[in-house]
Design a protein around this ligand. Structure first.
Ligand SMILES: Nc1ncnc2c1ncn2[C@@H]1O[C@H](COP(=O)(O)OP(=O)(O)OP(=O)(O)O)[C@@H](O)[C@H]1O
Ligand SMILES: [Mg+2]
Length: 233
């Protein structure tokens, strides 16, 4: 079930409860969400509303408590924690708030090393790393370490790392939070065009209303539930 009509994300009645007993906290309270293949969706909501929790379930980092979640037709509900790494490798590329690059490694190594862990040969990993770095406009920075790059360039390496190996779903948690307005806009535009070109689906958590207009769709979450867009005042 992996044709173009199968939704990239299909979530029904999804809940997530952290902890148990008196300490239990329900962070997701019944989320329904469908995202089509190739869509660029932004997920917006106040602090503590459940954005990272939802992204973590989609990213196969956390298992849901109840409800159904499918990635490209494959069920995440009912899976064991030990199944998650395989699913993560198959489906997901992550971009974090900070760039999360390894400082001791060059830009190309930061991308190639995880690919080798996924089974690429050294040569194939390096070829793919250079291809995605070229695609994000860093053709002349293959050998630079993160501390030799600007903030915007580091986040472009992070974008390149996420799309390397072509995982179908890219998840970004506030990718522009550590950037100035101009670089934030550039990185988001790059993420959008690169993913459209390569056919990735994107879910991007953001507070940054300057980049909302780049989304195909903006989904709002409040207190663990998807809500209609708040009225603009
Ligand atoms: N590991 C955990 N154990 C217990 N409660 C948690 C845990 N992680 C998150 N929570 C709670 O779940 C709720 C949702 O957290 P989440 O991190 O998903 O919010 P968020 O929307 O990403 O917020 P922010 O914008 O601040 O990043 C919060 O009330 C938080 O305190
Ligand atoms: Mg968060």
């Amino acid at each position: 079930m992996n044709d173009n009509l199968t939704p990239a994300i299909d979530i029904r009645g999804l809940t997530k409860t952290y902890g148990t007993g008196a300490l239990a906290f329900q962070a997701l309270k019944g989320v329904d969400l469908r995202v089509d293949q190739g869509e660029f969706m932004m997920l917006v909501g106040p602090s503590g509303s459940g954005k990272t929790t939802l992204l973590s379930i989609l990213g196969c980092v956390l298992t849901p408590t109840d409800g159904e979640a499918r990635l490209y037709g494959e069920a995440l509900h009912g899976k064991k924690e030990s199944d998650l790494p395989r699913l993560r490798l198959e489906y997901i590329g992550f971009i974090f708030q900070g760039h999360n690059l390894m400082n001791a490694l060059s830009a190309e190594e930061n991308i190639a090393v995880p690919l080798e862990l996924r089974g690429y040969s050294h040569r194939a990993a390096l070829t793919e790393a250079r291809e995605v770095l070229t695609a994000v406009g860093l053709k002349d920075k293959f050998k630079k370490r993160p501390d030799e790059l600007s903030g915007g360039q580091r986040q472009r390496v992070a974008v390149a790392r996420a799309v390397a190996g072509r995982p179908p779903l890219i998840l970004a948690d506030e990718p522009t939070a550590s950037l100035d307005a101009e670089s934030g806009m550039q990185v988001t535009q790059l993420l959008k065009s690169l993913c459209a070109e390569r056919g990735h689906t994107v879910v991007c958590v953001t507070h940054d209303n300057r980049i909302f207009h780049l989304a195909d769709r903006t989904v709002h979450i409040e207190d663990g539930r998807i809500v209609p867009a708040p009225a603009v005042h």
